[in-house]
Design a protein around this ligand. Structure first.
Ligand SMILES: [Cu+2]
Length: 173
C-alpha cells in the first residue's frame, strides 16, 4: 500500500520540497510575524468539533509553533509531540510525498498536514469526507503560521486518500 514511498524519484522530490520548505519557514521567523491575522479573529470564536489535536513537529520549526498558536486561537487543545524525524511521521500517517510540509497534525481520524487554516480543519470535521486527511504542501506565504505582512500567495488545500489520490479541498488567496 505504501510502496510509493520507496520510489527513488518520489523520495528525491520530497527532499527537494523539504529544503524549500525549510527556507520559507526560516524567512518567516526572521520577519517576526506576530500580529493576529484577520483570519484568526474570524474563527477565534468558533467552537472546535474535536477539541484535542496532536501536533508532531521539530523543535527547530518556528512556523510550526505559530501554526499551533493559530489552532489554539480557533479553540483546539494542542498536544505537542516533539520529534526530530518528521519523515517517519509522514510515512506513518500516509502523507503523500508530494504534499508534505513541516508539521503533521492528527485530528480525530484525520491527518492534517502543514499550514492548514483552522476553518478547513473544522469543515473536514463537519463534512467527514471519505479521505485520510488534508494537506497544504510546502510553506505558502500568508497561510496560518506563515504570515508576512498582508501578503498571501494563492494556495490550495488538498485532500488525500490512503491510496494517495489527491483532490483540491479549498483554495485561499
Ligand atoms: Cu511552516
Amino acid at each position: 500500500m505504501r510502496r510509493r514511498f520507496s520510489k527513488p524519484k518520489v523520495f528525491a522530490f520530497g527532499l527537494a520540497a523539504a529544503s524549500l520548505v525549510f527556507a520559507g519557514c526560516t524567512a518567516t521567523i526572521d520577519s517576526g510575524a506576530s500580529t493576529t491575522s484577520s483570519w484568526e479573529e474570524a474563527v477565534g470564536v468558533e467552537t472546535a468539533l474535536v477539541s484535542e489535536i496532536t501536533v508532531f513537529w521539530s523543535p527547530t520549526c518556528g512556523c510550526c509553533g505559530q501554526w499551533i498558536e493559530h489552532a489554539k486561537a480557533a479553540g483546539f487543545q494542542v498536544k505537542d509531540e516533539i520529534t526530530e524525524d518528521m519523515s517517519v511521521i509522514k510515512q506513518t500517517y500516509g502523507v503523500p510525498p508530494s504534499l508534505t510540509s513541516r508539521h503533521t497534525t492528527v485530528v480525530g481520524d484525520y491527518v492534517v498536514e502543514g499550514h492548514i487554516p483552522a476553518e478547513d480543519v473544522q469543515r473536514l470535521l463537519t463534512e467527514k469526507p471519505d479521505v485520510a486527511g488534508i494537506a497544504v504542501p510546502g510553506m505558502p506565504i500568508g497561510s496560518p503560521g506563515m504570515e508576512s505582512g498582508d501578503y498571501t500567495e494563492l494556495y490550495t488545500v488538498f485532500s488525500f486518500t490512503e491510496s494517495g489520490e489527491t483532490t483540491a479541498f479549498a483554495e485561499h488567496s
